[in-house]
Write a protein that binds this ligand. Structure first.
Ligand code: NAP
Length: 303
């Protein structure tokens, strides 16, 4: 069975090339005819791993291609997910599995509501990759992938493809705690690195602000039925800040490079959840407003 990978960005390339390297059939779905022509004008996708570049001539198409899709890996940003799925929804078979790689929360439920007959599988990934040029990604950080669905269903048979492809993974019956925890870590660290224009480690100088955010995030997590995601949150935030002291957060890098952030699905989702629960979150709301102001001042979208 073929893997259709929508989006040939950092993670799309990382997944598509490893699946293709294992001899599995893969098709890329690109944004439009212009991107397809640009892709076809050169020699496939490249993956750079341990300093070595390998090329893979993976066939590509646009959403308007006719063939049915039984397994779709949605590898675009959260803010592109609904539009991207709308373009291929008519091609999904009635047994289709759709893997959602998006960071944060909110986009997955929105996509799942658009394709109620498909089995949507959420993925929480700690692998790291970035594009060094078009159609080429550097595998920058070993990590892990947790997969699960909202129905607490059994693990799909195609997990064996991931094993064959050397994609580290585990089926997790309830992924929501992990997704909420990752979102909370992101909310406590990333926006502050943007506003203070600093590396993660420099947040040690803003310990009071970090602590207050973690307290509020804990209340929101308890309010939305995720006490497990709240447990030990501040300790883990401090550990991440120390362990990644020399790094710039992904949101910092997006803003520094003039790219749109996924604010709506991270801090925005935490604030929207707090509001829906009537859970007071003044620090989080204030942080969001400061971040929006910062993004607007740089001409970047703030949603
Ligand atoms: P990315 O490098 O920006 O790639 C996104 C790709 O999606 C781009 O190639 C874009 O096409 C494509 N795309 C958008 N709309 C499309 C459409 N309608 N049809 C076809 N292609 C479309 O993003 P990424 O870093 O891979 O991130 C993907 C998701 O994974 C994000 O939610 C991110 O937060 C999450 N994530 C990333 C990493 C990482 O290390 N990169 C780690 C963990 C989680 P164009 O090239 O034409 O613009």
């Amino acid at each position: 069975m073929c893997w259709h990978v929508l989006g040939a960005g950092s993670l799309g390339i990382l997944w598509a090339t490893r699946l293709a390297r294992a001899g599995l059939p893969v098709r890329l779905i690109l944004r439009d005819e212009a991107r397809l022509a640009a892709y076809n004008a050169q020699a496939g996708l490249a993956l750079i791993e341990n300093g070595e570049r390998q090329r893979f001539a993976i066939p590509a198409q646009t959403a308007s291609a006719g063939e049915p899709i039984e397994r779709l890996l949605l590898a675009c940003k959260a803010y592109d997910a609904e539009r991207a799925v709308a373009a291929v929804a008519h091609r999904l078979t009635d047994k289709a599995d759709v893997l959602l790689l998006q960071n944060g929360l909110g986009s997955q439920d929105a996509v799942a509501a658009m394709i109620p007959d498909a089995r949507c599988i959420f993925v929480s990934s700690t692998e790291g990759a970035y594009r060094d040029e078009d159609w080429s990604a550097v595998f920058a950080g070993q990590g892990f992938n947790w997969l699960g669905d909202t129905q607490h269903g059994a693990s799909p048979a195609w997990l064996d493809d991931l094993r064959q492809a050397g994609i580290p993974h585990q089926w997790t019956a309830d992924l929501s705690e992990r997704l909420w925890r990752k979102l909370a870590l992101n909310c406590a660290i990333n926006p502050l690195t943007v506003l203070h224009q600093c590396r993660n480690g420099e947040l040690q100088a803003h310990a009071e602000e970090v602590t207050a955010l973690c307290v509020e995030l804990g209340h929101v997590l308890h309010g939305c039925g995720q006490p497990g995601a709240a447990e030990g949150l501040l300790d883990q935030v401090q550990q991440v800040i120390a362990a990644t002291a020399g790094n710039y957060s992904s949101m910092y890098q997006d803003v520094a490079q003039g790219r749109r952030t996924e604010i709506r699905y991270l801090l925005g989702h935490a604030c929207a959840t707090a509001a829906a629960l009537d859970c007071p979150a003044p620090m989080l709301n204030q942080l969001r407003l400061r971040l929006i102001e910062h993004l607007n001042a740089r001409g970047l979208p703030s949603d």
